[in-house]
Design a protein around this ligand. Sequence first.
Ligand code: FMN
Length: 188
Amino acid sequence: MKRIVVYYFRKGSNRYLARKIAEHLSCDIAELKPRLNVFPLFLLNIHMGNRALSVDLSEYDQVILCGPIWIGRLIPPLRSFLTSHKDRIKKLIFVTCCGSTDAGQNDKFGYATVFGKVRNLMADKCQYCRAFPIGMVLPEERREDPEAFMNTHLNDQNFQGIIRERFDQFILEISQGDSSPSPGKSAV
Ligand SMILES: Cc1cc2nc3c(=O)[nH]c(=O)nc-3n(C[C@H](O)[C@H](O)[C@H](O)COP(=O)(O)O)c2cc1C
């Protein structure tokens, strides 16, 4: 199966995750570069679209899109990517390294809201969505502490333990074409 990981990041965690996925699946990878990459404007939903990718997505069987969540939204670079490439994408998996925890996934700013938006947009092209909450790399008592998770970014030192187990499971599922639900994952 021919796959590509397409990612957007701001601080680095989603780039780290995207690179790890591409490395483990031995697949292509491409960075989403917004025409106007101005974070405060994104928060106001002002966005000028992304620069053209150097690849033709219709050549891939599966696109794995990876990026952060801000204020409970499918952020503009990711939304713009999905709306403009929807016709060329055959199958999509959405992955996020986000702030919300599994326990808080259905809260206002939880990842389940964003997963719902991806599914609404991509319908049956969306195979499933998977969250890697950044709090998974923190000690249990600090996982819900906004300051702690905002200032924590994935790296080789902290990408271990429960987050690594979830990652290994994710890679196994993708490799085997499995779409059954497991923690942090929302099957369609
Ligand atoms: C302004 C802002 C708002 C955020 N809002 C949310 C949110 O609503 N839900 C969530 O799960 N994470 C939220 N986060 C956390 C980011 O998704 C998280 O820090 C992510 O790992 C950042 O990815 P990056 O390092 O690739 O930029 C927010 C972060 C920022 C900076």
